[in-house]
Design a protein around this ligand. Sequence first.
Ligand code: FAD
Ligand code: DHB
Length: 391
Amino acid sequence: MRTEVVIIGAGPAGLLLSHLLGREGIESVVVETRSRSHVESRVRAGILESSTVELLDAVGLGGRLRREGDEHRGIHLQWPGERHRLDFVDLVGRSVWVYGQTELQKDLGRARDVAGQQIHYEVTGTEVHDIDGDRPSVTFLDSDGTEVRVEARAVVGCDGSFGPSRAAVPEKAKQTWGRAYPYAWLGVLADVPPSTDELIYAWHPHGFALHSMRSAHVSRLYLQVPPDTDLADWPNDRIWDELAARLGHGQDGWQLTPGPITEKSVLPMRSFVMEPMRHGSLFLAGDAAHIVPPTGAKGLNLAVADAALLAPALTALLRENDSRLADAYSATALRRVWRCTHFSWWMTTMLHASTDPFDARLQQSQLRWVATGQAGATGLAENYAGLPIGF
Ligand code: FAD
Ligand code: DHB
């Protein structure tokens, strides 16, 4: 089979890229190991930066998000005894939107259906070949076991943290950086109206807690837990009790309303960056190239920003034989990647309880500086609401 671009992975980076390329008349084939229903029901991120929303609007994907998503002007930042509100719109003129990754994934899937996009779900044995030349290919076994080879002008690895694309770049041609954090998040989805209007990020000596949401009827909550946590040790009552303690139930009359938990999982936390994000005719986008801990809500937004940068670069390369944007892709993308890597590390280390009491004192001082002063609050707001994508 021949096409112009093979995209490995039908997550947000892969499907958005195929959508953006399709608008430029560039043909792509997408391959994905999981089923469509699995990809569309994975509970993951929930916050879209204002630039992400503007981009989705500009390419015809913002309709349901604008109708069903919820615009938030800011967040609450708290520690025992104090809750402070940061208003991003006042601070930096930008807001964020609460819209689940599951919903964005469904919107992307429908848009690709309308465009007649070729997507091979439930493939196995994906392999990348000949990326040093300009005729790379990808082979895989289709869902019915048929061997398929797709030749293309470019291959884009949008295959997340565990896909084969990153490993296809020779060791000598890449550098990696990373950090594993000594904690994880226990995340739950609950059928209960949120107990807050905007997200609450809470520092607590027991560990960090976050109250997020998906809709007027569904709450999303997280607890810092040890990385080796067994969910069997966390029955629902224990989860709600711990959330209540850390989020300040009873503080100034605020109450956390518990409800039926419909999903529970433990998420490891790490930072990772691979440079460069291109080798020959293989380009990497999203989690395939970089992973952030979730505290700053950046993972999904970075995947969108990479796709937004790569689509015009591939268009110029394939249509005009102009390689300037493609040659600049990695360096340009990495500027944003490192900014978000720093911000995610900064939020994570500011908010998660450590075993060192010196750290706790520094965190309390930092939190007060961020929550009550113009400079700290503006820095958080600028990074959280997101830098312009410039699509
Ligand atoms: P992905 O969404 O991971 O998509 C990659 C796709 O590639 C997957 O569909 C995968 O099945 C496919 N694939 C893998 N291997 C192959 C192969 N061999 N062949 C073909 N296809 C393949 N971010 C936040 O901001 N907040 C959160 O709360 C949050 N929670 C998360 C929870 C989990 C469990 C995970 C894994 C991530 C979470 N993230 C969160 C991060 C965010 O969801 C990701 O940054 C985002 O999904 C990145 O999009 P992507 O398209 O690059 O990668
Ligand atoms: C959500 C996840 C995050 O990592 C975050 O910082 C804020 C919200 C969420 O899943 O809603």
